[in-house]
Design a protein around this ligand. Sequence first.
Ligand SMILES: *Cc1c(COP(=O)(O)O)cnc(C)c1O
Length: 496
Amino acid sequence: MQYQSTRGGGAKVSAAQAIVRGLAQDGGLFVPESIPEIGLQFIEDLRPLEYWQRAHRVLRPYLDEFSDGELEEILKLAYSSFDVPEIAPTKRLSGELFMLELWHGPTLAFKDMALQLMPHLLSACRDKVGETREIVILVATSGDTGKAALEGFMDANGISIAVFYPEDGVSQAQRLQMVTQEGENTHVIAVRGNFDDAQTGVKRIFGDAEFNEQLSRAGVVLSSANSINLGRLLPQIVYYFSAYADMRNMGAIEAGEQIDVVVPTGNFGNILAAYYAREMGLPIRTLICASNSNNVLSDFISTGVYDTGRKFHITSSPSMDILISSNLERMLYALVDGDSARLSELMDGLKTSGRYALTEREIAKLHSFMVGGWANEQAVSKKIHECFEEYSYLMDTHTSVALSVLDEYRNSTAPAKSLVVSTASPYKFGRAVLTALAGAEGEGDDFECCDKLAKLAQQQVPAAISELPTKAVRHSTCCDPQDMKRALIEELKLRL
Ligand SMILES: *Cc1c(COP(=O)(O)O)cnc(C)c1O
């Protein structure tokens, strides 16, 4: 399989090259030259398999430079640190409603699904393309990605990682998870700004040709682990197939029965993987893109106008507090039928005026498979309460955004079995979840909130959280958005 830039520049590259480079040279994202199609029998055949075996089948056509044995070894390793044998279990809440839990990895959020695998892929790809320079992974995070990337890349061979996070844009537990990170090759830097400031700063460093030259002479090359990297995207396609196979195994759906899938969306990576699964032939009727109060995506989906000229809200679902959803570019590429000139025009509009507009035809195509919706803070809180009352099921704020949007959508459409993508453990956002359940603002710090939550739900606080307060802080660097490059040089102790 070959991959090409959405913007049309440069030659086609292999998966290994795309994963090592992260971003294409012309600033575009790598997309597969064609999406492999599978039949219903392929999905039926997944039913008796373990998660890593399902991943092997789904990823096979995308990673044809890997031998069967090599892929098997990497996949088994990646999915060995999850706390349930199913890896990504699907839970049935009612006849129609299913939860796909993507938070059983070491950092309790869905990013682990890809980031436990990606470092292994990258290490192998580094060898495959004959790269001898040290790879430095740069990450801008709105919270969960940072920790999941640090955990995945810790002590990886020939790879270091530097994570930038918005100082006031992450929860107490998220911050502690990052600043206590172990491993000699890990670096964590707070940015005085919001997520978009951090992300823009990282993009600027990637685009700084002179700096990259200097680095190269010092034997260092930058790459990304952000969700725009192909190595992040591909592993996420797997769990949609896996969930469908599990729903078949429960006897909940017929072979080929179409389901709706609702995804709480920020950078558009997770739902893009669902779109690829649908294109491959997974029977998905509608993809429902769920936003919080930062509703730029749901406005875009209803009107065809993407407009970032709006207020930025800090919400109880911070991993979705995003105004520029980088991965959307890959779906736009499909919407414009691979017309790179048209795509570049849209992206130029975004860069120069913060907005772009689709044509009627492009909007119609989008509406043939996707709807969008959003939930405000009050709705998110209320839905957590309702869900616990009705199903005794505890969910986090991000998942609640998805369920809120789904419930609204169901009022206006023919019934179908619905899969809600649950992206974080409720204990990762314990204060907000407790507040939703108990009414009054949860008292005490995040950890006391988790203890109270666990009592209420008659569960145990996951160890990844309960042991955090006793861990030593190892990272304390903080910088202004315009100083990120300098902070990086100091952190990595580079002599340029
Ligand atoms: C990252 C994240 C999201 C958003 O996923 P995208 O792929 O960026 O759309 C949603 N929920 C949680 C908990 C996350 O960590």
